[in-house]
Design a protein. Sequence first.
Length: 134
Amino acid sequence: IRAGLDAADPQLTSWGFQVRGYHGLAAGPLDEAVAQLREGAALAGRIQAWDNYLYQQSLLGKCLVIQGRLDESMAALREAVRVMHAEHLGRPFDQVEVLTGMATCSLAMAERAQGPAREQALREARRDCASALC
């Protein structure tokens, strides 16, 4: 992050947030990872570095799932899907983290759902898992 800021290079700065966020997802603390990924995704969006944006939004979604913040996670992941379609990012490299993030969140939501809502949540999880596998 510092190297990017020192060089006034927003792409390098975005990558720095991405790496710190990924590390935070793997090793914690998750609150710091969430903050890093939010900042990095916002920067990536401003400079239209859509591949970085998708990756950071996906990691953010996964952090939020781990924290049990499923509605926030789904909102972040849906925004990533929206950008993925709007920017025509159809390569597997661009899509893999978004689709696996959606599957992860959908499964967590289905696990949490009860009663009649559970059947709908299971259908959505099945759909998202199938998308992630294709």
